[in-house]
Write a protein that binds this ligand. Structure first.
Ligand SMILES: Cc1cc2nc3c(=O)[nH]c(=O)nc-3n(C[C@H](O)[C@H](O)[C@H](O)COP(=O)(O)OP(=O)(O)OC[C@H]3O[C@@H](n4cnc5c(N)ncnc54)[C@H](O)[C@@H]3O)c2cc1C
Length: 488
């Protein structure tokens, strides 16, 4: 029997779930508090420049292909995908750059130039990473996180040691060069925790990086939001923007609908793709599964200070994705996870989509996105934002050997307060809940409420975790769980 389903939020996981549920014939309505769809992947347009406000790295193209193929489509039906070459560059000091190109052979050659014998070690490391990728991304990650037994397969049994070792230890057992170590530890940062706190099994992220490569959808990551919205609408999903859900209504312990813009609307099921903690505040206390104490003890993925900058000239000595790892990673990580505070000397990341994509900036100009990862829950003031902009621009000028201060047409910032205000994010987190050993799979907040019948969750705070590909997978898994309950 076809059912009515309210989805709260329009991030990638909610968009994915809406497609699967509508495909099964249900009547799906998505309620988004903001004026545009896509959640943290919104777009900023200003003076002819276009910026992705959230994700910029398109990794694991196979996951996107899998999603669209579930609907008889492919990404190419909606957007052009460009494989970046180089994938990215990493600065370790003034004019001291390692460039990661688009094939493993070229990357091995770059490694060999830095450390003799490292090409062979890299091949071995990536072979193992590929094996882990096939186990994790082709199989495990699609499991609902209900029971620990989901992780026990003949293949994972052979890898048990890798769940109790860390990426940090694994990388250091093969490589000595600090630059190569930093590059190999970079991909797991997408999972939101320190490499020294991330199981070695997660080296599948290194295969995503070096084995599969980095892509750019023409017109930016927002093209994926547009594609999924188009697909959802073609399947019959209704979207309501500027609709902030105020509460989830109950009859006994059964979800019966939502209150939104002062209107009470009835639905058979409620699925929330909004931040998990916020969703539970839409319920009476007795129906929340996790206490404030629970959330406060969790390891959150970082927040970020972001700047979207329009430059009146093309910049030199940078790539589409450029990482600035010229200061201590350990010290910055300490300020995010161990002793939350603004780091004195921050690492940062910059993206210049207009290097690849003419539509990102007017001719002869450059669009720049700058990102400093920060701890959640720390102070956020206009003065701090400005001071940190100056810090990174000064370093940027020195490292890339060019002046840019006078070429800034405008800059917009986005930080903790905006994450809270715009997305109802817990403590201003940008990337959800980190994937540490104790916050993996069945140890994450559940997709199905244990206290409210007919209420489900999806997105980066639940299973499987942070990132766009996991969000697509999260939407698919939760849609499957809802279907299962309907059949019971
Ligand atoms: C700055 C940044 C950079 C990133 N970079 C990358 C990257 O390069 N590659 C990558 O793969 N991933 C990246 N990520 C992570 C990735 O973007 C996220 O994991 C993913 O987009 C989260 O999707 P989600 O489905 O959990 O929902 P979200 O995007 O969190 O969306 C939740 C939605 O719910 C809405 N909402 C909240 N409360 C309510 C309410 N009461 N009523 C109605 N709506 C509500 C919010 O407005 C929001 O639209 C990045 C994230 C950020 C923030």
């Amino acid at each position: 029997m076809n059912q009515t389903i309210a989805i709260i939020g329009s991030g990638f996981s909610a968009l994915a779930a809406s497609c699967y549920l509508a495909q099964s014939g249900h009547q799906v309505t998505v309620f988004e508090k903001n004026a545009s769809l896509g959640g943290r992947a919104r777009q900023l347009k200003k003076e002819g420049f276009t910026f992705d406000m959230g994700p910029t790295w398109y990794w694991m193209p196979d996951v996107f292909e899998q999603f669209f193929s579930d609907f008889g489509k492919s990404p190419q039906d909606y957007y052009d995908l460009i494989k970046l070459n180089p994938a990215y560059a990493v600065y370790f000091g003034p004019s001291e750059v390692i460039t990661i190109e688009d094939t493993l052979d070229k990357i091995k050659a770059a490694f060999e130039r830095e450390e003799k014998g490292s090409a062979h070690k890299l091949q071995k490391f990536i072979d193992e990473a590929l094996d882990n990728y096939n186990i994790a991304i082709k199989d495990l990650v699609y499991r609902p996180g209900i029971s620990p037994l989901e992780l026990v397969t003949p293949k994972t049994a052979k890898k048990i040691g890798q769940f109790f070792s860390t990426i940090s230890r694994e990388v250091r057992s093969s490589f000595d060069n600090p630059k190569l170590i930093a590059i190999l530890e970079f991909p797991v940062l997408f999972l939101g925790a320190k490499p020294s706190n991330t199981p070695a099994f997660y080296s599948f992220m290194n295969y995503a990086d070096f084995g599969l490569g980095t892509f750019h959808p023409k017109n930016g990551m927002y093209s994926v939001v547009s594609a999924m919205t188009q697909l959802a609408e073609s399947l019959g999903v209704t979207f309501k923007t500027n609709h902030a859900v105020e509460s989830i209504t109950l009859q006994g312990n059964r979800a019966t609908g939502i209150i939104v813009n002062d209107q009470s609307l009835e639905f058979d099921y409620v699925l929330s793709g909004a931040d998990y903690h916020h969703t539970e505040t839409l319920l009476p206390q007795a129906y929340r599964q996790y206490s404030e104490g629970y959330w406060n003890k969790k390891t959150f993925a970082p927040s970020s200070l972001l700047f979207y900058v329009g430059f009146d000239k093309k910049l030199k000595n940078v790539e589409h994705h450029t990482l600035f790892f010229d200061v201590s990673f350990q010290e910055h990580a300490r300020c995010i996870y161990d002793d939350p505070q603004w780091p004195k000397d921050p690492l940062f990341y910059a993206s210049f989509p207009s290097i690849t994509d003419d539509n990102a900036a007017p001719a002869g100009k450059e669009a720049g996105i700058f990102l400093i990862p920060l701890a959640v829950g720390i102070e956020d003031t206009p003065e701090l934002r400005e001071a940190y902009f100056q810090k990174i621009v000064d370093r940027f000028e020195q490292l890339t050997n060019q002046k840019i201060q006078k070429n800034i047409i405008f800059k917009e910032s986005f930080c903790l307060k905006d994450f809270i205000e715009d997305y109802n994010s817990f403590k201003g987190n940008a990337y959800g809940l980190a994937n540490t050993l104790l916050q993996t799979a069945f140890l994450r907040p559940k997709l199905k409420s244990k206290k409210v019948n007919g209420l489900y969750f999806t997105g980066q705070l639940t299973v499987p975790g942070p990132g766009v590909p996991p969000a697509l997978i999260s939407g698919k898994i939760v849609a499957g769980l809802i279907e299962q309950q309907m059949k019971q």
